[in-house]
Design a protein around this ligand. Structure first.
Ligand SMILES: *Cc1c(COP(=O)(O)O)cnc(C)c1O
Length: 378
């Protein structure tokens, strides 16, 4: 039995992020939201292409300092920042602190003053945006994130001592396709420039990822053109985006060996040596994780009948479901399942200590090659 493996395809990641950067106008800054995947190799691969990193904790701050000591983060964000967090952000020289509340802004200002400096901030607004193209309202409801537009307006016009308000930040929704994301960006920029006089607007992340279609991609070219149109009318304004998932999700795969197959009341279950304690994404998002089967079982190994299967792991809970598939074909004990799209909110959001199973191994390369390598190992 081989240990599960996470494989990161760094060449594919580098190509992908370069294509994202190339699709965006020069005046749009591309930040990577580190929380999506903070693996050192991933950060190093993105570093030459992105304009900066958005961190949301002191742990992410330390990670970035360890891996890329020459790059201080472009932004420090996130709810519940303590005085220690804010002081660390100031000491690290982060470009902008994204502030979540009036009280946080006052604390930050006081800390900056006692450190003999001024904090450059973006105020996070929870703005109601009604996208004309969709019968959907984003933001504008009670939320722990961001501030009401009236509060942002007031703070921008009368900031407390110790802070310089550079603009506005909004991250209103996730799973937005390019036309919708562009409408949100246009609305946020219009409000930020018109109501607050902002010259910097960070319109957030949340670009859509379709787990049902591993070949689909967010339309970065269309989005880039739309952002270009927004900027055309506003020469003095800089726009930032901070995607996470849509940048790294495709570069990761999780490989696990089939340890058992069984029929239960007419339905086939495939049991892998691994599970959602390594790859929590399908549980967190409520989807079937896409996978392919690397067939390497010996003749005579127990196998499914080729019909629908439910793929589960080694946890003693019915929630440990990685995937379901109707077209996987026969799956046998000894085969390796290659779960795709495991490069974002995957290992780092997983409850790795539940049942104290062995952690996975980590490799760099192409998932197919690693799966082939396994054939020699068992
Ligand atoms: C999580 C988060 C992001 C990144 O979101 P993705 O869906 O991974 O693109 C960006 N900005 C903020 C404020 C976030 O909380």
């Amino acid at each position: 039995m081989t240990r599960p493996v996470y494989v990161h395809d760094l060449d594919a990641l580098a190509t992908h992020v370069r294509s994202i950067r190339a699709a965006l106008p020069d005046r749009v800054e591309l930040l990577y939201a580190v929380k999506a995947n903070p693996e050192p190799d991933v950060l190093r691969t993105l570093a030459p292409t992105v304009d900066g990193f958005e961190v949301a904790s002191r742990g992410e701050l330390r990670r970035l300092a360890d891996v890329l000591p020459d790059r201080s983060p472009a932004a420090y964000a996130g709810p519940g920042k303590t005085d220690e967090d804010l002081a660390a952000a100031l000491a690290a020289g982060v470009g902008r602190v994204h502030v979540e509340s009036p009280a946080e802004l006052r604390r930050l200002g006081a800390l900056a003053r006692s450190a003999g400096t001024t904090a450059d901030v973006l105020l996070r607004v929870n703005l109601p945006v009604r996208a004309p193209g969709a019968s959907l309202v984003m933001g504008g409801g009670p939320s722990p994130f961001g501030m009401d537009p009236d509060d942002v307006r007031a703070l921008a016009h009368r900031p407390p001592p110790g802070v310089a308000v550079r603009g506005v930040h909004a991250h209103l929704a996730s799973g937005l396709d390019a036309p919708l994301a562009a409408e949100v960006a246009a609305a946020v920029v219009e409000w930020a420039v018109g109501e607050v006089g902002a010259t910097e607007v960070d319109v957030g992340g949340g670009m859509s990822v379709d787990y049902a279609d591993p070949t689909a991609r967010f339309d970065w070219s269309g989005y880039g053109r739309a952002l270009g149109d927004i900027l055309d009318h506003r020469p003095g304004v800089r726009v930032r985006i901070e995607p996470g998932r849509a940048v790294t999700v495709y570069c990761g795969a999780y490989l696990a060996e089939v340890v058992d197959v069984k029929r239960s009341y007419g339905e086939w279950f495939v049991v892998v040596a691994g599970g959602t304690h390594h790859l929590r994404t399908p549980v967190a998002k409520g989807h079937a994780q896409p996978f392919t089967v690397h067939r390497r079982a010996t003749d005579g190994a127990p196998r499914t009948d080729g019909g629908p299967v439910t793929v589960v792991g080694q946890l003693c809970t019915p929630k440990d479901v990685l995937s379901r598939s109707t077209d996987a074909g026969p799956v046998a004990v000894g085969d390796v399942l290659i779960f795709a799209m495991a490069g974002a909110y995957a290992w780092n959001i997983s409850h790795r200590d539940f049942l104290l199973h062995e952690p996975p191994e980590f490799r760099v390369g192409s998932p197919g090659d690693v799966a082939l390598g396994w054939a020699d190992r068992s």
